[in-house]
Design a protein around this ligand. Structure first.
Ligand code: CP
Length: 300
C-alpha cells in the first residue's frame, strides 16, 4: 500500500504544488459547491478537535460534506486518548475506518506521531507550532485579490506564533516575500525561520515591515495556551497594532488580513477590521475552499 501523504507543516508540498493547490482552490471558490467532484463519496473523515475552533472545524466539516464524505467530529475528551490509550494505537485504529484524519492539538509532536502511525493522510488543523491550513487560505486570499501570489510582499506584525511560522514557510515556498515584525521577546521559532529561507525578513520595526507591502497581517496577542502571560504580552505587543498608521506605510492597494478570532482595539483597530481595505471575511471564507483543494489532493 502506498504511504499516505500528510500535511503537518506544509513543507510536504513543493512550491509548484502549493501554487497549483491555490489555483484549484480558486476554481472551487468560483464554481461553488454544486459543481464540485465528489472524491470523498462513501468515505469518512475523522476531525479531532482537542481545542476550541470556529473556522477550522466548521470549514472542514462542511468541506468534507461538500466533497461527498461523512465527517466524524471528535472532541479530545471523547477519545480513549484521555484515558491513556497511546497516540500510536489511536492512529492505527482510526485510519482503518476513515480516509483521512484532521487534528487540532496542543501537542505538535503528538500530531507528528499520529501521522507516523496512520495509514490514512493526516492534516494538521493547528498545533502550537504550525497552522498550515490557515496559510493556504491566506495564499488563496492573496491570489483572489492580486491575481497571483509570487512576488507579493506580505507584512506580518505581532506575535511570532504558529500562524506566523506557517506564513513564513508556505509564503516563502509559494514565492511571497514575508516581512515579519515582532517584539524581540516574541520572535518566531528560529529553526522555522531558517527553514523558510531568504525570502523571510525578520525584524522588530512594524513600519519597516509594512513599507511597500501588498498585505498587512496580524493575529491575536494572547493565543490559546498563552493566557498566563496575557498582561505581559499586551504590553510587549502594544506597538505592533495593525492600524491606519501602519496601513499608510503599505501600498495604496494593500489589503488587511487577520486569521481570526479578532480582538478589535487590541491587535487590530475596528476601522481596519471592518473597513474597505479588509479582506478578512474573504480570508475566513477561503478556509473552506483551500481545505477542499487540500482534501482532494490528499485523498487522490
Ligand atoms: N483561524 C482559525 O484557525 O480559527 P479557529 O480557531 O476558529 O479555527
Amino acid at each position: 500500500m502506498a504511504e499516505p501523504r500528510h500535511f503537518i507543516t506544509g513543507e510536504e508540498l513543493t512550491g509548484d504544488e502549493l501554487r497549483a493547490l491555490v489555483g484549484r482552490a480558486e476554481q472551487l471558490r468560483s464554481t461553488g459547491s454544486s459543481r464540485t467532484a465528489l472524491p470523498l463519496r462513501g468515505r469518512s473523515v475523522a476531525l479531532i478537535f482537542e481545542k476550541p475552533s470556529t473556522r477550522t472545524r466548521v470549514s472542514l466539516e462542511v468541506g468534507v460534506s461538500q466533497l461527498g464524505g461523512h465527517p466524524v467530529v471528535l472532541r479530545g475528551d471523547e477519545l480513549q486518548l484521555t484515558r491513556g490509550e497511546s497516540v500510536r494505537d489511536t492512529a492505527m485504529v482510526l485510519s482503518r475506518y476513515v480516509a483521512l484524519i484532521a487534528v487540532r492539538s496542543g501537542d505538535h509532536e503528538a500530531v507528528v506521531e499520529l501521522a507516523e502511525f496512520s495509514s490514512a493522510p493526516v492534516i494538521n488543523a493547528l498545533t502550537p507550532l504550525h497552522h498550515p491550513c490557515q496559510a493556504l487560505a491566506d495564499l488563496l486570499t492573496l491570489q483572489q485579490r492580486f491575481g497571483m501570489v509570487k512576488g507579493l510582499r506580505l507584512a506580518y506584525v505581532g506575535d511570532g506564533n504558529n500562524v506566523c511560522n506557517s506564513l513564513m514557510l508556505l509564503g516563502a515556498a509559494a514565492g511571497v516575500q514575508v516581512a515579519v515584525a515582532t517584539p524581540p521577546e516574541l520572535r518566531p521559532d528560529e529553526a522555522i525561520v531558517a527553514r523558510a529561507g531568504s525570502s523571510v525578513e525578520l525584524g522588530d520595526d512594524p513600519l519597516a515591515a509594512a513599507a511597500g507591502a501588498h498585505a498587512l497581517y496580524t493575529d491575536v496577542w494572547v493565543s490559546m495556551g498563552d493566557e498566563g502571560d496575557a498582561a505581559k504580552r499586551r504590553k510587549l505587543l502594544a506597538p505592533y497594532q495593525l492600524n491606519s498608521e501602519l496601513l499608510t506605510a503599505a501600498r495604496d492597494d494593500a489589503i488587511v488580513l487577520h486569521c481570526l478570532p479578532a480582538h478589535p482595539g487590541e491587535e487590530i483597530t475596528e476601522d481596519l477590521l471592518y473597513g474597505d481595505r479588509s479582506a478578512v471575511w474573504d480570508q475566513a471564507e477561503n478556509r473552506l475552499h483551500a481545505q477542499k483543494a487540500l482534501l482532494e489532493l490528499l485523498v487522490a
